[in-house]
Write a protein that binds this ligand. Sequence first.
Ligand SMILES: [Zn+2]
Length: 210
Amino acid sequence: MPVKTILNIDKHEKLLKTPSEPVKKINKEVKALIKDIKDTMADPSIPALGLAAPQIGVLKRVFGIYLGFYDREEDDETELEPTIFINAEVLEQSEETEVDREACLSIPGMAGDVTRQLKLKVRFMDEHGNMITRELENEDARAFQHELDHVNGIVFLQRLKSLDDLYVITRDKRGKLVEVPYKQVVEQANASTEKSKVVPTVRKEKEADN
Ligand SMILES: [Zn+2]
């Protein structure tokens, strides 16, 4: 199966905000979907930690996550294999939460600080049809909540407490990727517009006075 195009919120907001249908049984169609999710996540040009079916245009409750991704040693060369979650649900969650930066393949160029539960006990069907109960914590729990949101028709932007928590991913003068507060970007854009239209005239008059 081919690598799929990841739907962007700019063009596909309605679909990405539509809740997905549960999977009734793992038939040929669902197997193909799982393969598509895996192939798309494995594409080296796509920096995926997780990917949900709606992001490739399929409204089914299926998503994949590279569990333990952040615990891997840098020289670990074993191939990454995503865990596939079908009809996943949260059984228990810790009261303890954590705020951390999140990004989404469907919302390129943006990142945000999102509060998530630190630990979860979850239940899901795996790709072979087995019911699995599993505990997740830290980044794995965060990724699970992000992907579960996707199959519920929610994107991380809806989880932000305010625009103060939103960041624009851009390149600095040296070409390094940096995250700049969204409000700062907006202020700078406004300021540069004002500068070109208003400020030079005022400054000229002041300078003339001196
Ligand atoms: Zn996402």
